[in-house]
Design a protein around this ligand. Sequence first.
Ligand code: PLP
Length: 397
Amino acid sequence: MQPLPIYLDNNATTACDPRVLETMLPYFTTQYGNAASRSHSFGWVAEEAVDYAREQVAALIGAVKQEIVFTSGATEAANLAIKGVAETYSGTGNHIITCVTEHKAVIDTCRHLEKKGYRVTWLPVNEEGLVSVEAIAAAITPETILIAIMYANNETGVIQPVKAIGQLAKERNVIFFCDATQAVGKVPVNVLGDDIDLMAFSAHKLYGPKGVGALYVRRKGPRVRLTAQIDGGGHERGMRSGTLNVPGIAGFGKACEICAAEMVTESLRLAALRDHLETGLLALEASRRNGSNVYRLPHTTNISLNYLEGQTLIMTFSKQIALSSGSACTSASMEPSYVLKAMGLDDTLARNALRMGLGRFTTREEIDFAITTITNAVLEMRKISPQWDAFKSGLTQ
Ligand SMILES: *Cc1c(COP(=O)(O)O)cnc(C)c1O
């Protein structure tokens, strides 16, 4: 087993794979050139590394390298996509369609545009966490310039009907942006097959380094145009200025190559471990899985354990297991997850959710340990929980 605490928060970030780190190291030490330096070999070597990585990244998602814009991560890529489309196509229309369970990178960017006078339709999800393609179709107007729907949710792992949304967007001549940060490298994502026009993803969610990501920008059928959000030296074909993070990009490329090579076997291994974990925890009374058990990522599960205090539960085993709750820290208080609330969970059930993200370095022994540790902690807490007493004596149901 890995040393404690075992890490089950791979949807927050992943460890950098040692093979990725090894690929990066020379670009910190001996090959430290600026990829934009054209007059000497330091620059040429750096540019070559970036070019190679661009091919590796593009290959993982079925794109060509000219369609990859390197950014600092998925948050920046989402900002560039959404604001970039909004500015470029403001003469065509001012309406954006998105969903209430998107990542904050998308939600807050759309809110920003709302303040600027754009109109945003916030679609709901059903109790499984899925958005309705018919609802998207019904929301499209002649003013609609963008549909922004994520590939897979970071809290629940639920996979949206991306292919159907892509087809709809294409038919109706609307640009489709997809935040695929949780999906790329974990499940097959193909921008051509899924008719995606713009797609954000990030190295640190797929065993690469933090601080580097990409935006896929379709070149034909249709060619998508974007207004840059960062001006400067005209890097990345003018879409994202700033000296390229050469070591990070080289590592991102290697991380994508490894994911492509190992995805099939790895996703089967993780799905089996995830199912084992779920079977163990759902054996507890008053437990439930949140989100579709069909349309979902192989490595993620979200389980609510009722009649206890979720945050306290997590703290009791935080030295043994690192995972996230169904709450997010805001300035003062713990807010129950907006994703789970949008799926119809009440505040208590949302607060009592455990979000578990398994990863490349998760072992069977760790999952066995997690099941035992969480189960014991729940049983202990319920012994002294007034809510549990009330439930057991039939006062609540
Ligand atoms: C992590 C994550 C992001 C943000 O990615 P960064 O690279 O950390 O900016 C955006 N969307 C989803 C779905 C994520 O999981």
